[in-house]
Design a protein. Structure first.
Lengths: 462, 519
């Protein structure tokens, strides 16, 4: 059977060698991206960075370091990029085949069975792809096999290996969790530590992703991150503590637990559920505080200080939200301006989507988009027109949009210089201040209203 | 009669209390006499040389200086700076500025800054000594560590003639490292919480300490020793409190820039002037002997199960080293690293002193003294070099140039200069600067850095004027530093759009208003 193994190893190596010998460039596209990112990580300074910005993608993209890029960067120090993308996947698949064989033997498979399994594995299209394409999956598979192999004898090494696999992304992480769970059941092995570590890595990845770009959905859940319906971070922490107090009753009230968990999951994309979920959180947080108060601490003074800090934190979240709400537009300056607009002749208004409701109510004029503008094809067209006008770089582009949408007025509020543009003098703001066809009819430090006066002829039409 | 007796008894008790306090203080003063000497010498040395040095030795210090002046004028910190970056809002913790304002009220801002630099250096010596004595329990090693901590190049580079929150935060963190080992004592617990809370309010580097505390139970478990409940409580509380404080203070920056509050100034902002952090640079900054001692102590801890009392120092060192290597923490972390290495050096040296008598030359006190002198010199000589660099960072000719700006240019002018000169232009020239190193919360920092670099490096007039227009700038400030980076820059004299208004060591060119370049 060792001949079969040797044959499989040759099968792994052969495609790569043939392609390399023929002088062909590595096939596929994904590995070119990974090589370029690995070069970015090693080029920024003499010490590696944890995050890099990929300026070659549109609008730039922030990328987090993973061990996969570490190994690629290391290989690029020794070999050329072309050699690296040939050598690395072959090496990884060779190791995978060997580990797979050893693992099967250890699990009690006969030599014949091992050989057959390894042969099928080696000849599978997936492995053929992975041995010629340097991707995170090619990196993950041997580590996963190694982790399972040493799970019983070398727990720390196994934990580290699973952690490295989980750091590559959500899918490898979920695969780790699944494999651990299955192996734990089949071989009656305690995998709690490995499971926890993988979950920790997944959570760290998630939090890092949240920090890298505060996305709308995650920031709506946490009030301290700007979510208007969001939870206080303190209440969340206390809620988790409270949950641990009632977790033992989950089997008795499985429907309630399932409802709360699924509602929380839905609330990530439907923030309107958050005020209702807040009721459940308040109960859990209350239980959490109760647990803290009655818990015996080795340092009693620390307990009181902790309770004071938690109390201040809860109050602070609420108070800061009060200030946030108070400072939201519209201020009296904005209201006066928009009410004044209601006296002007009829015509639609162009502004930021967030100002839509305010303009509709106060100036009694229609807007192109407001916060209810949805995802139908008409709405998408409206959003596209609105964005095109706001980020236009010439007066003709703006006039085109105004004519298509029948717009007569443009409303600029001070917060648009942070939300829409990065600074003054960009996009529509630049056009308005440098064109004769727009007349400023109202202006104060928080609001400008411009009117489109097409008496100056323009050459371009729709 | 009864009242008289009671009054007498109270009087006796009071007298006894006062006597005991005086005795305790005298005992402490006597026992710690050498550290007081070191602190006084450090304070006097740092302050007197700072007084002999014109101005302050870093650009960031000038921003703190302006902040203090603002507080003295209006009581409020400089959250809206009308001069930096042509006018911008800044997110920062004002605690350090308020602390500085207290002596500034009495002696003036500049003198307070000089005194503060001396005070912080003395405080660092005390913190290293106190922590070393508490953890290592060997006074002479602790004294030597305290001396090394204030003469190392890193300490001199960060502290001499400068004011910054990290200068005060690091000694507090070192004290916290020492206090956290004995938190069952209520007074020490309160002192520890005070130190950590103040450090958290001063600088986000405190998060590294919090992460180090969380690593301690992991290290203990690795040693097959369960952490005590008190340890878990204090670790979790500290981590939670520090993270919450930093989140509250820097929420806006975290939302805009992610983890940039720790990562420090992006390399692009230095316009090629400052070398990135290297391993050799770190060794030079910390000192070879402290680093070697720290490495040996760590190795003996992990593989020899020695120095178990230093697990908090070692875990913090591990976290800090890792975050420095991966670029998660800026060069400010090197200062903290140096102080931690000094504590570990104390431990290593104490062990060496205990081992030395067992050797063949163990009877020779002279040899031991010579070793100590060599150690001090090996750290002190690079420290002297750092000292001379700090002294020469700002010449009288440049000071004159800033004064010229303040008196000969319109008040709303914007000046293009190197980012490391930005705050000086604001503080001394009283004019707007196009760019400085306070990039936090600004998404356009790299764009502006490219524009400033273009002003200095572009060969054609139209490129320069276009960049000036985008920066909304009126003058170009050509210092010796700019010339060393970009060459003689004499091409400005050939440009029609630029008029040389000051020709000296520092040249200043005015852009004609009619020249707007292209969009």
């Amino acid at each position: 059977m060792k001949w079969v193994l040797a044959f499989c190893l040759i099968l792994v190596v052969l495609p790569g060698i043939i392609m390399y010998a023929s002088g062909a460039f590595p096939s596929g596209t994904e590995q070119y991206y990974h090589v370029r990112v690995a070069e970015l990580f090693s080029s920024f300074s003499s010490l590696p960075h944890f995050f890099v910005i990929d300026t070659m993608t549109f609008a730039g993209k922030e990328i987090m370091w993973t061990p996969f890029y570490g190994l690629t960067a290391l290989s690029l120090e020794v070999f050329s990029w072309k050699d690296s993308v040939y050598i690395l996947p072959i090496l990884m698949m060779l190791v995978s085949v060997a580990l797979f064989y050893i693992l099967l033997q250890k699990e009690g498979f006969s030599s014949f069975q091992c050989a057959l399994c390894v042969l099928v594995f080696t000849a599978s299209p997936a492995v053929v792809y992975l041995e010629t394409h340097w991707t995170p999956s090619a990196f993950a598979i041997p580590l996963l096999l190694a982790g399972v192999l040493v799970l019983r004898k070398q727990r720390i090494l196994s934990t580290l290996l699973f952690g490295v696999v989980a750091s590559l992304g959500i899918i490898p992480g979920l695969v780790c969790l699944g494999v651990l769970w299955a192996y734990g059941i089949l071989r009656k092995v305690n995998v709690v530590i490995q499971w926890s570590f993988v979950l920790l890595i997944l959570l760290a990845n998630f939090l890092a992703g949240m920090l890298m770009s505060a996305q709308e959905t995650t920031s709506t859940i946490i009030a301290d991150l700007g979510g208007v319906y969001g939870f206080s971070s303190f209440a969340l922490l206390l809620g988790i503590l409270g949950l641990t107090q009632v977790w033992h009753r989950r089997t008795q009230h499985v429907q309630v637990y399932a409802l709360i968990v699924s509602t929380f999951g839905i609330a990530i994309v439907v923030p309107e559920l958050l005020p209702f979920l807040n009721i459940a959180l308040a109960i859990l947080a209350g239980l959490g505080i109760n647990e803290l108060v009655h818990m015996e601490w080795d340092l009693p003074s620390l307990k009181y200080i902790t309770l004071v800090v938690l109390g201040c934190g809860l109050l602070f979240s609420g108070l800061s939200h009060v200030f946030l709400v108070m400072n939201e537009v519209p201020s009296i300056n904005v209201v006066n301006g928009l009410v004044g607009l209601s006296d002007r002749p009829m015509g639609s208004v162009l502004s930021s989507e967030k100002n839509g409701f305010m303009i509709e109510l106060l100036s009694k004029k229609a807007v192109i988009t407001d916060s209810f503008t949805g995802h139908t094809s008409d709405d998408a067209r409206a959003i596209a027109l609105n964005d095109a006008a706001l980020h236009a770089s010439s007066v003709d582009e703006v006039i085109n949009v105004l004519r298509i949408a029948g717009i007569k007025y443009i409303v600029i509020t001070s917060d648009m210089y942070e939300n829409v543009w990065e600074k003054h003098g960009e996009g529509l703001d630049f056009v308005l201040h440098n064109s004769d066809v727009f007349k400023r009819t109202f202006g104060n430090e928080e609001l400008e209203i411009w009117e489109y006066v097409p008496s100056v002829s323009t050459k371009k039409s729709v | 009669m009864l009242q008289l007796v009671k009054r007498n008894a109270a009087h006796v008790v009071l007298c006894k209390l006062i006597e005991e306090s005086i005795l305790n203080i005298t005992r402490i003063l006597f026992f710690m006499r050498w550290i007081w000497v070191i602190m006084i010498v450090t304070f006097v040395a740092y302050t007197s040389f700072a007084l002999l040095t014109p101005g302050l030795s870093s650009d960031g210090s000038y921003w703190q200086f302006r902040n203090v002046e603002q507080i003295l004028d209006s009581g409020k910190p400089l959250f809206d700076d009308s001069l930096a970056w042509g006018g911008r809002g800044i997110v920062f913790s004002p605690v350090f500025a308020y602390i500085m304002a207290v002596p500034a009220v009495l002696v003036g801002s500049m003198l307070a800054a000089k005194l503060m630099s001396g005070f912080v250096a003395a405080f660092l010596a005390f913190a290293v000594y106190a922590t070393s004595v508490r953890l290592v329990k060997h006074e002479y090693s602790a004294l030597l560590a305290a001396v090394i901590s204030v003469i190392s190049p890193g300490a001199v580079s960060f502290l001499f003639n400068q004011i910054s929150p990290i200068g005060l935060a690091v000694p507090l963190l070192i004290l916290s490292v020492g206090l956290v080992s004995d938190v069952k004592n209520e007074k020490i617990l309160l002192a520890y919480i005070g130190c950590v809370a103040t450090a958290a309010l001063l600088h986000p580097l405190t998060m590294v300490f919090a992460a180090g505390l969380l690593l301690v139970p992991v290290l203990k478990i690795a040693e097959k020793d369960l952490p005590s409940r008190a340890q878990m409580e204090i670790s979790l509380f500290s981590a939670f409190f520090v993270l919450w404080t930093e989140f509250i203070l820097y929420k806006r920056i975290l939302l805009l820039d992610g983890t940039s509050i720790l990562q420090g100034v992006p390399h692009e902002l230095f316009l090629g002037d400052s070398a990135p952090l290297t391993v050799l640079g770190v060794i030079f900054s910390v000192g070879l002997i402290p680093i070697v001692a720290a490495i040996i102590v760590c190795l003996r801890y992990f593989f020899g199960r020695l120095f178990t009392s230093l697990n908090i120092v070692i875990s913090t060192l591990l976290v800090l080293s890792t975050t420095l290597v991966i670029g998660f923490v800026s060069q400010n972390g090197v200062f903290f690293l140096g102080a931690l290495c000094c504590v570990l050096f104390a431990a290593g040296f104490a062990r060496f002193v205990a081992f030395f008598p067992l050797t063949r030359l163990g009877h020779s006190t002279v040899l031991l003294v010579a070793i100590v002198v060599v150690l001090v010199i090996s750290v002190g000589i690079p420290g002297l070099e750092a000292f001379s660099q700090s002294r020469s960072s700002f010449s009288p000719a440049e000071e004159d140039a800033f004064v010229w700006l303040a008196t000969n240019t319109p008040p709303m002018s914007t000046i293009v200069a190197l980012p490391i000169e930005g705050q000086r232009i604001n503080a001394l020239g009283l004019r707007k600067s196009a760019l400085d190193l306070m990039f936090e919360g600004r998404s356009d920092s790299k764009t502006r850095a490219l524009l400033v670099a273009r002003v200095f490096s572009a060969r054609t007039e139209i490129d320069v004027t276009s960049a000036m227009r985008e920066l909304n700038a009126d003058y170009v400030y050509v210092s010796p530093s700019a010339r060393s980076l970009y060459g003689s820059l004499s091409r400005f004299q050939l440009f029609d759009c630029f008029h040389l208004v000051r020709d000296d060591v520092v040249q200043i060119f005015e852009k004609q208003e009619s020249c707007r370049g292209v969009a």
